[in-house]
Design a binder for this molecule. Structure first.
Ligand code: ZN
Length: 214
C-alpha cells in the first residue's frame, strides 16, 4: 500500500485552504513512459473549491511511501519574496491572509500599509502616501511605469479603510496584490540578490588571488 493517506494532508494549491486534508479520489493510477517505466499517481480533490491535485507516489508493490511531484504547485510560491524586511513582511502577509479569507477590503488596507512600510525603508516618511510614492519614483527606486499602479493601490486602500457604499471586490484586491508583489520584488528582492552576487563575487576574487599567490 505505498500510497500513504498522510499525503492527503496538504493545503489546497488552488484556493489556499489550509489545515485540512484533501479527499483522496483515487490512487495507483498507472502511467507508463516511452521506455515502459511505470509511474503512479493519486488524484486528490479539494472539498472547498472542487479542484483536483495530482500526487505522484511509489509503486503499489514497493515499500516506497514517499510523495513526489505535486501538481499544481501552490500559488503561494508566486507570492514569496526574498530579502523582504520584517516589518514589510508583516503587512504583506497580513494582506495575503485576509485576501485568502475572502475579505478584500481588509486586504486593500494592508496592501496600502505595505507600501507605506516599503517606502519607509527608503528613508521616505512623508505624511501623505501620495508624496512618498512620488518620491520613490523621483529618486529612481521604482520606474515611472509603476506610478499609476502605486496610486491605484493607494486609492483602493482608502476605499477599504472607510465605511461607504463603495467596496473593494476580490478581483480588484487580487490585482492590487499582484502589483504589490512586483513592486516589492523591484524594491527588495532585486537589490538583495545583487548584493549577494557582489559579495560572492568579492569572495571568489579573493579566493582566486589567494590561490594565485600560493
Ligand atoms: Zn481548494
Amino acid at each position: 500500500m505505498p500510497w500513504d493517506e498522510r499525503h492527503s494532508f496538504r493545503d489546497c494549491p488552488w484556493c489556499g485552504l489550509t489545515n485540512t486534508r484533501l479527499t483522496t479520489i483515487t490512487a495507483d493510477q498507472l502511467v507508463s513512459d516511452k521506455w515502459g517505466e511505470n509511474r503512479f499517481w493519486a488524484t486528490l480533490g479539494c472539498p472547498s473549491c472542487g479542484n483536483a491535485v495530482l500526487v505522484r507516489h511509489g509503486a503499489p508493490d514497493s515499500d516506497d511511501i514517499k510523495a513526489y511531484e505535486v501538481v499544481p504547485i501552490s500559488k503561494r510560491a508566486e507570492t514569496d519574496i526574498m530579502h523582504l524586511p520584517n516589518d514589510v513582511t508583516r503587512y504583506y502577509s497580513g494582506a495575503l491572509r485576509v485576501l485568502r479569507a475572502g475579505v478584500p477590503d481588509a486586504a486593500a488596507v494592508q496592501l496600502r500599509r505595505t507600501l507605506e512600510a516599503a517606502a519607509a525603508h527608503y528613508e521616505i516618511k512623508e505624511k501623505v502616501l501620495m508624496k512618498s510614492i512620488e518620491k520613490l519614483i523621483k529618486d529612481g527606486h521604482v520606474t515611472q511605469s509603476f506610478g499609476p499602479l502605486l496610486h491605484h493601490i493607494r486609492s483602493i486602500g482608502n476605499v477599504g479603510a472607510h465605511a461607504s457604499d463603495e467596496q473593494v471586490d476580490q478581483e480588484t484586491a487580487e490585482r492590487a496584490l499582484r502589483f504589490t508583489t512586483q513592486l516589492l520584488r523591484n524594491l527588495f528582492e532585486v537589490p538583495g540578490e545583487l548584493d549577494e552576487l557582489a559579495t560572492n563575487g568579492k569572495e571568489a576574487a579573493a579566493d582566486s588571488r589567494r590561490s594565485a599567490s600560493s
